[in-house]
Write a protein of this length. Structure first.
Lengths: 299, 268
């Protein structure tokens, strides 16, 4: 049966019989994509392996629960780890509401005029501004201007600025993906824009927003340059107790250790990198879990 | 009602066979999208507790006109409306009309079923709950689903997702959702276009039952449906009202040649 169909197809004289060529191009492209993907995976694996080999021996409770020290075997990441947790929490508290609300406003409430377009464009541009620039802004506005000093809150505000564009863009995409017909259904029942947004747009967009937020926070967790710029300390032998305290964070600690000459400190840095990666993985896993749960509910 | 007819129905200021009580009165309504006219000077009344169907070829402005009746066009950028639509004597586009409150009184069922991605129960209950309904929600949900001829099929799965229903069931759910608000007027934009003949028949039966309590305006491409189900019919073409009258009149003794050609399927 398929054979006779095939011959039938070949007979239609107005078409070139190019199915073989098209197949070959498709296959070629597929191999190319696979190659590129696996190269990336391989390099990443290599990196992880190298870091693990260097750092794993230093990973123990003592490493997690000690302050930094001049002596490698006494040194730990306690203050950096706690600082990172503080920082991430503050960044999340600041950037998620602001980012999601901005996206919601831009898509659901504002008039779609020229100013709207301009703002959209600029947000996309802001996402590409080097992080050091945000560091300078943070130093000028928060550290000096608002006299917040080299505190956690300065760091968190600066980082929030840095990741806001990413959160806004991701949230906007997710909000845009909510079908118009859902909104119309709500409006036709006499719902206000806010009721519609809150009850239907946000819940439907939630998985997408969450993905964006986690990506953004992951970026924030690893950023070093802006923190150095605003003057996070590199040697901290105490734990921050509030947002106004000075602090250090994992990437700063890593940066600090890597820049020392002794080999042991390089290995300590590798250990800290493993911890940083673990924190990232846990965050991502949690996000994937929550997203899965909510998507299940929407089905 | 035994309407007498005049030959130039579309031109007359007062279309013949005016329904006794009109809840909505379209007066020279013109609608354009960023300057492109879609509806030109259309006037006809919509009778209380009757079914009015709007028919006409694709793109003639049926949906546009229907959406203007509960101000859903407000959500489309660049839409302008001239003329007047009177809702129980009040200008629908007047400053003292709150569109949100208006849509609560004039419900709408869309061409494509658009249930919320939530449970069947929540789909029906959401409208009443945001509008401050204080009666028994369970009863209201049941009653609405019964009215929409869906209750028997879903009563055991009220808390499952509405997206798991078939297309026809989803559309009846959307009708139930609209009915739960007990609107004065129900606007339906080709509610059966995505449905099989059996679901369509279900919905037509439903229309008959709803008629005693609701005023219904239905856009349809289905001539049988218009002739079977509706009391009045408006025929649009290229944004112009060609003819308005009782359905019997439009389908048996149309005054305009275009109307005759269209309803008998000889439209070109
Ligand atoms: N959102 C819009 N923006 C611009 N033009 C529109 C919009 N919606 C409709 N139109 C135009 O207005 C005219 C009338 O469209 P409308 O959707 O009212 O037609 P219709 O009679 O409902 O057609 P159909 O039977 O295919 O649904 C068409 O020319 C259409 O292209
Ligand atoms: Mg239409």
């Amino acid at each position: 049966m398929p054979n006779s169909e095939n011959t039938n197809l070949k007979k239609t004289g107005l078409y070139k019989d190019n199915i073989q060529t098209r197949r070959r191009i498709a296959a070629l492209f597929q191999y190319f994509c696979a190659l590129v993907t696996w190269t990336g995976v391989f390099l990443l694996a290599l990196l992880l392996y190298q870091v693990s080999v260097d750092g794993i021996q230093w990973l123990d409770m003592q490493f997690l629960s000690s302050f930094p020290s001049r002596f490698p075997y006494k040194a730990g990441i306690k203050s950096a780890l706690v600082g990172t947790f503080w920082l991430i929490t503050l960044i999340a508290i600041i950037s998620i509401p602001v980012g999601v609300a901005t996206a919601l406003y831009l898509h659901e409430f504002s008039r779609k005029g020229r100013i709207h377009k301009l703002i959209q464009l600029n947000i996309s541009n802001l996402a590409g501004v080097p992080s050091i620039v945000y560091g300078i802004i943070g130093l000028t506005i928060f550290v000096r201007g608002l006299a917040l000093e080299r505190s956690l809150i300065s760091g968190a505000l600066t980082m929030s600025l840095l990741i806001l564009p990413v959160i806004i863009i991701a949230s906007r995409e997710a909000i845009q993906a909510v079908p118009m017909s859902t909104r119309h259904a709500a409006f036709a029942l006499g719902a206000t824009r806010w009721q519609t947004a809150w009850a239907h747009v946000l819940p439907t967009a939630f998985p997408g927003i969450l993905t964006g937020v986690i990506l953004a926070l992951s970026r924030a967790i690893g950023e070093t340059a802006p923190l150095i710029m605003i003057g996070a300390l590199t040697y901290v032998a105490f734990l921050p107790e509030g947002p106004m305290d000075s602090f250090t964070a994992l990437p700063i600690q890593i940066f600090n250790w890597v820049s020392r000459p002794q080999e042991e400190f390089h290995e300590l840095a590798a250990g800290a990198i493993i911890v940083l990666l673990a924190v990232l993985l846990i965050m991502n896993a949690t996000a994937i879990y929550i997203r899965h749960k909510t998507e299940q509910k929407l089905k | 009602m035994n309407p007498q007819t005049t030959p130039e129905a579309s031109d007359s200021e007062n279309p013949i066979s005016i329904p006794e009580n009109s809840v909505l009165d379209l007066q020279k309504v013109s609608i354009s999208y960023s300057g492109n006219p879609a509806v030109n000077g259309v006037s006809f009344p919509i009778a209380e507790h009757k079914i009015t169907s709007i028919i006409g070829p694709s793109g003639c402005g049926k949906s546009t006109l229907l959406r203007s009746l509960n101000r859903m066009n407000d959500f489309v950028d660049g839409v302008t409306l001239d003329g007047q639509i009177l809702y129980m004597g009040q200008d629908l586009y007047g400053n003292d009309i709150d569109p949100v409150a208006l849509r609560r009184r004039i419900g709408m069922v869309f061409q494509k079923p658009n249930p919320f991605p939530k449970s069947i129960y929540k789909n029906v209950a959401w409208g009443p709950s945001i509008n401050g309904y204080i009666g028994s929600m369970d009863e209201l949900v049941e009653q609405s689903l019964v009215q929409a001829a869906l209750w028997e099929e879903v009563k055991d799965r009220l808390h499952e997702s509405a997206l798991g229903l078939s297309g026809g069931q989803q559309q009846r759910l959307c009708i139930a959702r609209a009915l739960a608000m007990s609107p004065d007027i129900l606007l339906m934009d080709e509610p059966c276009s995505a449905l099989d003949p059996i679901s369509t028949a279900h919905i037509e039966d439903l229309l008959f039952e709803l008629k005693s309590n609701y005023t219904i305006v239905i856009v349809t491409h289905n001539m049988q449906q218009a002739s079977r189900a509706s009391d009045y019919t408006a025929f649009l073409e290229l944004g112009n009202l060609i003819e308005f009258g009782t359905t019997r009149q439009i389908f048996t003794v149309p005054q305009q040649k275009r109307t005759e050609e269209y309803v008998t399927g000889r439209f070109g």
